[in-house]
Design a protein around this ligand. Structure first.
Ligand code: SF4
Ligand code: SF4
Length: 637
């Protein structure tokens, strides 16, 4: 069955405001898609290739590729498929895979290519007739000398230019160009874009070189400091402001995109990056064996460093019994199947209920001694006599009116957690006296959101101004100190979602851990943070708040009372510093499984490694048979 067409216009609508354009980009970037690698073989040897240390020259079998194509439709419900490699067009069954993708119902079929085979008209036509609709060409230089030097492939420039020209003029095809920005071409990036525009291209994907595989081996020739090239980078990035052009960045360090936050890559793209490393990640989670690229020299340049840090911190909390809440959300069934005993230091059960009256039913299911951490849309009075420690999360002014009177938070609450948003902020400013005498039972938390549109709809503008106006030493989590003058800083409450565990294995699920990272862990700083006295202790601001309100919210602290006070508070929170993967924090041993589940089995092997091993075995067998024949022949003579 065909995938339903996403309700999004893929051609950039004219006349969008900057904010609307960012929301449009978020919608386009979040269209469900499925990457399928068909080969690792490639006829180029790009200096920054990510695949040089994966088994080379593997042509996945028809059965393997087709089952992966089908999985994208049946399990992932993807609308778009991207056939990739290596160079996917080298697979002898390339057109058959395109045809099959069309047959199983993908709405859009794309490939990423070095253009070599598409320079031949017959091949191009066959692929289009089979159903190919979108092509991304990897062009890395504006001259044959530069492009061929980077691809280490004589003649590749002439062929890719021919293929781009053909696709860009074909009304049936959507053609775009990607460029891996590196030390060799960053100075002429504008010229590469000019050439592409002359060939008819209006959409660009600009990829930052990353420290994997050949990219790391050739780091001296490839790595560059974006700060030194900001004028040319900004010139190209600004093309996105033109209504005819669309520019995407890919893996580009967020800290250098101040003033161009619309170009920050959608955080969900990180899911693709993590998916590509899922076998290594699984092995780390299940056995404690670190990813083979784990090395501060690499990690400091790696786009998914923030994910690896979130993953490490999650496992560390398991190992150190430092989680606080087991959150089942609205899932009543999960309430019946609570882990027994509660693992990893968990003391409370998190629930989301329709009405506060439902809480008494929840209490009946709580394990002995556990507390409740509850959210609800209800603004009824706090139920008395639940008999367990209760934290209520207030998200509206109406709830604050109901739960925080003249005498402060309701006596039945062990803590009132106030989510800072456009409804609660004015209430707090108008009723600061209701909070002032009760600060030990109040926590303000800046929530973070998976999607920028929610940040736009809910976040207060310029939180620093809010805290200056509130002028209370209230306990605060979720914001960097430069935005919270005069408060008491808290770490974000460690809430572990039940959905983060695979119900079949009782282990952290990579996909859900990735979503948790996007929602909670993905924070960023400005390049100006280098001048901040808290640089080593601070993780920055959530990525969607940065995308929504800009990196200019971050104001380095360099002196004065609050700087010293904030530093002392952060040091108390992080007595051993706040090391990240990039600083070489030690790897974590594998954590235990959920109670009732077996210890982790050996992590599943990478199918590419299996395929390569099978091929090596077949080669060895053929060699042995040939040697046998040769020996028999020699003996006969
Ligand atoms: S952060 Fe380090 S360990 Fe994680 S993927 Fe990047 S290079 Fe590998
Ligand atoms: S390091 Fe950056 S984000 Fe953190 S407090 Fe300083 S200026 Fe703010």
């Amino acid at each position: 069955m065909g995938a339903p067409e996403p309700q999004v216009d893929f051609i950039k609508p004219e006349g969008l405001s900057l904010e609307d354009e960012m929301l449009w980009r978020e919608e386009v970037a979040n269209v469900s898609k499925h990457w399928v690698r068909t080969v690792t073989a490639c006829n180029s040897k790009c200096m920054f290739c990510l695949d040089m240390d994966t088994p080379r020259n593997v042509y996945l079998s028809e059965e393997e590729v087709k089952s992966e194509i089908l999985r994208g439709r049946t399990e992932l419900n993807a609308w778009k498929i991207i056939l990739s490699g290596g160079e996917a067009a080298l697979h002898p069954l390339h057109t058959e895979f395109i045809r099959y993708a069309k047959e199983v119902g993908y709405g859009r079929i794309q490939t990423v290519t070095n253009g070599w085979r598409y320079a031949d008209r017959d091949f191009y036509d066959k692929c289009v007739e089979a159903g190919l609709q979108e092509m991304t060409f990897s062009l890395h230089g504006h001259t044959a000398e530069l492009h061929n030097r980077l691809t280490r492939h004589k003649g590749s420039f002439e062929r890719i230019v021919k293929a781009i020209r053909r696709a860009a003029r074909d009304p049936r095809m959507i053609a775009s160009v990607d460029v891996v920005i590196n030390k060799q071409n960053v100075g002429v990036l504008d010229k590469i874009v000019e050439l592409s525009v002359r060939l008819g291209i209006t959409e660009f994907d600009l990829l930052h070189v990353i420290p994997q595989s050949a990219g790391f081996d050739n780091r001296d020739e490839l790595f560059y400091n974006p700060r030194q090239y900001l004028p040319v980078l900004q010139k190209v990035f600004r093309l996105n402001r033109h209504p005819r052009f669309v520019v995407w960045t890919n893996r580009f360090p967020v800290e250098f995109l101040e003033g161009m936050e619309d170009l920050i890559q959608d955080p969900h793209k990180m899911l693709d990056e993590i998916n590509g490393r899922r076998f290594h990640v699984r092995k780390y989670l299940d056995t404690g064996e670190p990813l083979n690229c784990r090395d501060p020299e690499r990690c400091q340049h790696c786009f998914i460093e923030s994910y690896c840090t979130t993953m490490d911190r999650a496992v560390e909390k398991q190992n150190a019994d430092a989680w606080e809440v087991w959150n089942v959300g609205t899932d009543r069934r999960a309430l019946r199947d609570l882990p027994d005993p509660l693992p990893w230091g968990i003391q409370s059960i998190g629930v989301t209920v329709d009405t506060l009256a439902d809480l008494s039913k929840v209490v009946a299911r709580l394990p002995q001694g556990a507390g409740l951490y509850a959210r609800s849309g209800d603004a009824a009075p706090v139920p008395a006599d639940l008999g367990v420690p209760l934290v209520l999360v207030a998200e509206t002014a109406a709830q604050l009116d109901a739960w925080c009177g003249e005498d402060g938070p309701d006596a039945a609450l062990s803590e009132l957690e106030i989510r800072l948003n456009q409804s609660t902020a004015p209430w707090m400013l108008a009723h600061r006296d209701r909070l002032a005498g009760h600060l030990d039972r109040v926590r303000l938390h800046q929530p973070s959101f998976e999607h920028m549109k929610d940040a736009t709809a809910q976040d207060v503008r310029t939180p620093r101004a809010f805290f200056e106006a509130l002028a209370l030493p209230v306990r605060v989590s979720g914001l960097p100190a430069c935005n919270t003058p005069g408060v008491r800083l808290l770490p974000v409450r460690p809430v572990l979602d039940a959905t983060m565990f695979d119900p079949g294995t009782g282990r952290l699920s990579i996909r859900d851990l990735s979503r948790y990272h996007i929602r909670e862990g993905y924070r960023s700083k400005s390049s100006r943070c280098e001048d901040c006295a808290l640089m080593d202790l601070c993780d920055g601001m959530h990525i969607n708040m940065v995308r929504d309100q800009g990196l200019s919210l971050l104001q380095p602290l360099s002196g004065g009372g609050w700087t010293a006070e904030a530093r002392a508070q952060l040091q108390a929170i992080h007595p051993d510093g706040n090391p990240r993967i990039r600083h070489g924090r030690p790897a974590q041993p594998a954590a235990t499984s959920l109670p009732g589940y077996a210890a982790p089995a050996a992590a599943p092997a990478d199918p590419l490694q299996i395929s390569e091993a099978n091929r090596a075995e077949a080669r060895a067998k053929r060699k042995a048979e040939a040697a046998k024949l040769f020996a028999a022949d020699a003996e006969a003579k």
